[in-house]
Design a protein around this ligand. Structure first.
Ligand code: PLP
Ligand code: GLG
Length: 817
């Protein structure tokens, strides 16, 4: 409950907003108009706190973290904001009185999908935790005109539709033209000698004006409101016809185009680097603007730029923002007049880097030609960083050419962003214990040996405010009724639920809630897919980006295998199972898109086969995103976390399922390892090769899937069904590429690089254990409750406290109202 919240005022404000914004009375307003009116009314409620928070930061002159990220997968704001101002019940009542249902109004809001998946959602959870814990923080990103595409499924295929999230305006944002910055691209660097000192001057460049939009990030019940600042691009001068004559015409057009295109769209690649020029422009655009602004702000209050790092820390969310390093160097050298040594000292005390993946195709390497043409002065600085770094390598390892080659920031015509990030950051962290160990002992071994003090682990976390309190109100209320509400801001408290795990009444209450949530999801599926699913069946869910390493293919192959068994023996004793998938594939990722088609083709055949008595259903949920994720987690019985061991750096979906009482069916990968450690092996279904085994095979040229194909008739049968038209009668060749990827054929390629066939049997056995376990209702309820009570470690509040303690060294601020 929010003590200061006045229902009558809020109601008045909603009614007035509808009038002023739309010239309508409340009873004439559309749900979208009511949403806008309510959102503005909420903004009204928090605006003073937003101002007060920043005043307090300034007064205390606190150190601030700038979380630099290309992606913030925020989802919807309204429901979350209402929860965090602790006025959910009151606002629900106000809307009831006005004749509107709060859920329906929340559904009017488009997701702010300025991110691809886990990496962007992690940034969003971090912002929630930073504000809730009272730490001064900015999120800095890009205001993409189009976020993550909307996925439509047509005839089983994924179709990408532009995400027009700004179509109706964004009620929470505030444009801040007073903080606009100029960002320069291209041209050339001239050296000007003034009184014996060389100055580097960029000439002949194009300019874009970066204009920030601020979004409030509301802490839970603490009056703290931080800021997510996303940059829009505008042309510097509005079109000037005079320039037609002066030969500047071409340039004016180009600048206008640059401004239009630069923030147009989010690249829809997750864990994959495409190397597009526009992407590098986006990176430099938002980084230059953010760094310039951070410096200006610092200088408003402080004289000595050499102490910048005492008040500012830049956290680089993956390598995407790594140009922050040379950009900060540039400003310190060229504009602030520091020496190289001084500038390097400040930069290396300001920047910290988080690695999110070991997938080689995700590593950013920019061709020198492109990099130097687009960012000529920045490139010079990178060269000098590299020259000095090489000297350092040589003095540590005299004569070792291998190290020099393999660790160089610039090598083979490319700039390697991860190496620059490591060389210039004071901290390098992985995102789960196993991942960090792999970084230290495998992927980044040379760097770890050279500078072990930089490396540390920060196991990811998620915000329980969105993914339990908001997403699963029935379970949230139940938890609170048992143990009080401290878990909302102190998740480890949820351990107290443990004592109810064996209590039969509580088990029944839990199962009822799960059942209600399954009905809620079943309704959504009926509405969106037209498929009837039975809420008494096991809801077995895999939702995440579509990626070969995440092995949705293994999941659907197993469904095909189960279906074969049922066809052979329709009386087979199995608990009815609903296999639920949700996944977007990158627009250019052919095999991933074909996997979606396969899932839908299998679904078509199975769902329409009356002979199996509805024992298996397969559902592909269209357009998986944060808002429907909240419904899905709440309704899941089984959480599929089946990546090839070593490939999933952490995963965060796994934690959201756990928090909502789903049991993990997974490999010992990423944060699954720590999840199992918290809940106990016996309350999860673990299978498959370990990361050591996988890495061992990889280092020794892979394995021979043909052996499995030849010796396991059931696997062979499933694979043959990929190429005999069983699921594609009109085009038997349709899934040939998938078949080839597993068995190959052309001796030049490796086959089954993600070890699907190798892990298949062990996966199938784990599924059998699930089937058996689910029959014992009491055991299942107990296991689910233990998953919930064991989830305390996985709050992003804990993760943020660790970043603060080990890397950022921030002070907590309280805001009195
Ligand atoms: N996409 C959305 C919409 C999510 O909510 C999540 C959850 O964390 C992810 C992607 C990441 O999922 P995973 O960790 O399973 O890759
Ligand atoms: C990456 C990784 C995930 C990780 C996430 C956040 O692939 O395993 O959970 O970052 O650290 N691209 C991602 O989602």
């Amino acid at each position: 409950m929010n003590k200061g919240f006045d229902k009558a005022t809020f109601k008045r404000s909603v009614i007035d907003n509808v009038k002023n914004m739309f010239r309508r009375t409340i009873d004439e307003a559309t749900p979208q108009q009511v949403f806008q009116a309510v959102a503005f009314a909420v903004k009204d409620v928090i605006i003073d706190e937003w101002i007060a928070s920043h005043k307090e930061y300034e007064k205390k002159d606190v150190k601030t973290v700038y979380y630099l990220s290309m992606e913030f997968l925020m989802g919807r704001a309204l429901g979350n904001n209402i929860i965090n101002i602790c006025a959910h019940d009151e606002i629900k009542e106000v809307l009831d009185e006005l004749g509107f249902d709060l859920n329906m109004i929340e559904d009017q809001e488009p997701d702010a999908a300025l991110g691809n998946g886990g990496l962007g959602r992690l940034a969003a959870c971090f912002l929630d935790s930073l504000a809730t814990l009272g730490y001064p923080a900015y999120g800095c990103g890009i205001r993409y005109r189009y976020g993550m595409f909307k996925q439509k499924i047509e005839n089983g295929y994924q179709i990408e539709v532009p995400d027009e999230w700004l179509k109706d305006g964004n009620p929470f944002e505030i444009r801040r033209p007073e903080y606009a910055q100029e960002v320069k691209f291209g041209g050339y660097v001239r050296i000007e000698n003034v009184g014996g000192v060389n100055h580097f001057v960029q000439d002949g460049y194009q300019t874009v004006r970066a204009v920030p939009y601020d979004l409030p990030v509301i802490g839970y019940g603490n009056n703290v409101v931080n800021t997510l600042r996303i940059w829009d691009a505008e042309p510097v001068n509005t079109f000037n016809l005079d320039s037609f004559d002066r030969g500047d015409y071409q340039k004016a057009v180009e600048q206008e185009n640059l401004a239009k295109t630069i923030v147009e769209v989010l690249y829809p690649n997750d864990n994959h680097y495409a190397g597009k020029e526009l992407r590098l422009k986006q990176q430099y655009f938002f980084i230059s603007a953010s760094v310039q602004r951070a410096i200006t702000k610092y200088k408003e209050k402080h004289e000595d730029i050499r102490k910048f790092h005492e008040k500012v820390v830049f956290q680089l969310n993956d390598t995407h923002p790594t140009v922050a390093i040379p950009e900060l160097m540039r400003i310190l050298l060229d504009e602030e007049g520091l020496t190289w040594e001084e500038a390097w000292d400040v930069t290396t005390r300001t920047c910290a880097y988080t690695n999110h993946t070991i997938m080689s195709e995700a590593l950013e390497k920019w061709p020198i030609e492109l990099f130097s043409r687009l960012l000529p002065r920045i490139y010079q600085i990178v060269e000098e960083i590299n020259r000095r770094f090489q000297n350092q390598i040589q003095s540590m390892y005299p004569g070792n050419q291998d190290k020099l080659r393999s660790m160089s920031i610039i090598y083979d015509g490319q700039v390697k962003m991860a190496y620059m990030a490591i060389a210039a950051s004071f901290s390098v962290n992985g995102v789960a214990r196993l991942h960090t160990e792999i970084l230290k002992n495998q992927e980044l071994k040379d760097f770890y040996q050279m500078m072990p003090e930089k490396f540390n682990n920060k196991t990811n976390g998620i915000t329980q405010r969105r993914f339990l309190l908001h997403g699963n109100p029935l379970l949230a209320d139940w938890v609170t009724s048992k143990i009080g509400d401290e878990w909302i801001t102190d998740l480890p408290h949820i351990k107290k639920l443990e004592i109810y795990a064996d209590d039969e009444k509580c088990q029944q209450e839990f199962l009822n809630i799960k059942y209600q949530n399954k009905i809620r999801l079943a309704k959504y599926i009926k509405e969106h897919n037209g498929i009837d699913v039975d809420p008494r069946s096991i809801f077995d869910v895999q939702v995440k980006r579509l990626h070969e390493y995440k092995r949705q293919l293994m999941n659907i192959l197993h469904v095909m295998y189960l279906y074969n068994q049922l066809k052979d023996n329709p009386e087979m004793d199995m608990v009815p199972r609903t296999f639920i998938f949700g996944a977007k594939a990158a627009a250019g990722y052919k095999r991933a898109k074909l996997t979606i088609k396969l899932i839908n083709s299998v679904a078509d055949v199975i769902n329409n086969d009356k002979s199996i008595g509805g024992k298996i259903k397969v559902v592909f949920i269209e357009n998986y995103r944060v808002s429907n994720a909240e419904l899905i987690f709440a309704a899941a019985d089984v959480s599929e976390q089946i990546s090839t061991a070593s490939k999933e750096a952490s995963g965060t979906g796994n934690m959201k399922f756990m928090l909502n009482g789903a049991l993990t069916l997974g490999t010992m990968d990423g944060a699954n390892v720590e999840i199992v450690e918290e809940v106990g092996q016996e309350y999860a279904f673990i299978f498959g090769m370990s990361s050591d085994e996988v890495i061992n095979y990889e280092n020794n040229g892979g394995y021979y899937p043909m052996d499995i194909f030849n010796n396991d008739q059931e696997i062979r049968r499933v694979l043959m069904q990929l190429i005999n038209g069983y699921y594609a009668p009109d085009n038997p060749e349709l899934f040939r590429d998938i078949y080839n990827s597993l068995l190959n054929t052309k001796s030049s390629d490796k086959a089954d690089t993600y070890f699907i066939l190798k892990d298949f049997r062990s996966y199938a056995q784990a599924h059998e254990r699930v089937d058996q376990a689910f029959r014992n209702e009491k055991w299942w309820a107990k296991a689910a409750i233990l998953n919930i009570s064991g989830s305390g470690k996985f709050t992003s509040d804990r993760t943020i406290e660790e970043y603060v303690r080990d890397i950022w060294h921030l002070e907590k601020v309280t805001v009195e109202m």
